[in-house]
Write a protein that binds this ligand. Structure first.
Ligand SMILES: N[C@@H](CCC(=O)N[C@@H](CS)C(=O)NCC(=O)O)C(=O)O
Length: 217
């Protein structure tokens, strides 16, 4: 059995849900509530699984030697390699590098600045209120999307890289969910917006939406 430890609103877990759906992999979902009781990611049980106290974490018990994997990019590449045909990651070294670079523009340069613990710390040390936090979120998303729009304008077809889905689309859609949540207009991003419409029309993406998860409140 594949077990995904995640949270409905976690964009990193949302990425992995999309890949599980695209590969038609049945899995058990274990909810780690990031807010309740100070955050279940800090519990002793979860610490034993992932001392980084971040979701997602994947357990793969289908193997002779069960494995525990953290980091959504590592999880997605593992799933694509083991259960898929490696198509989401690219079928040659140049394409793989290109896909990883664009995915990391989102996962490494935008998303960490939007993370819950960063926002909470800004409240603690700089007295950020809700509006300041939302402005911070929008600022870093806009900074990232300004560059991404230019890059995608050169390489997109139906999807971010040509006409086949890749991990770039998988990372983009959850980040756009956050953009809507924090009120960032996408008017300046026609390429990104068109890709969002196409991806959300695919059942694997729609089923992975936060609101469609059993732990959504
Ligand atoms: N680089 C990690 C990031 C994981 C991450 O930041 N997860 C967030 C939710 S999207 C989290 O667990 N936050 C908990 C916290 O900030 O306390 C990955 O891609 O898996």
């Amino acid at each position: 059995m594949l077990i995904l430890h995640g949270y409905w609103r976690s964009s990193a877990a949302y990425r992995v849900r999309i890949v599980l759906n695209l590969l038609a992999l049945t899995h058990e979902h274990k909810s780690v509530h990031l807010v309740k009781n100070g955050g279940e990611q800090h519990s002793v049980e979860y610490d034993a699984l992932n001392p980084s106290h971040l979701v997602p974490t994947l357990e793969d018990n289908t193997r002779y030697d069960p494995v525990v994997i953290s980091q959504s990019m590592a999880i997605m590449e593992y799933l694509d390699e083991v259960f898929g045909e490696g198509k989401l990651t690219g079928d040659n070294p140049v394409k793989r590098a290109h896909i990883r670079a664009l995915a990391q523009d989102i996962c490494c340069d935008i998303h960490p600045l939007n993370n819950l613990r960063v926002i909470q710390h800004l409240g603690d040390i700089a007295s950020f209120e809700a509006d300041d936090k939302a402005q911070w979120m929008r600022h870093w998303m806009a900074t990232g999307f300004n560059a991404l729009e230019k890059k995608l304008a050169k390489c997109a077809g139906q999807y971010c890289v040509g006409n086949e889905l890749s991990l770039v689309d998988v990372c983009l859609i959850p980040q756009l969910y956050n953009a809507h949540r924090f009120g960032l207009s996408l008017d300046k991003y026609p390429t990104i917006s068109a890709i969002e419409q196409r991806c959300l029309a695919i059942p694997a993406f729609a089923q992975a939406l936060p609101e469609n998860q059993t732990d959504a409140t």
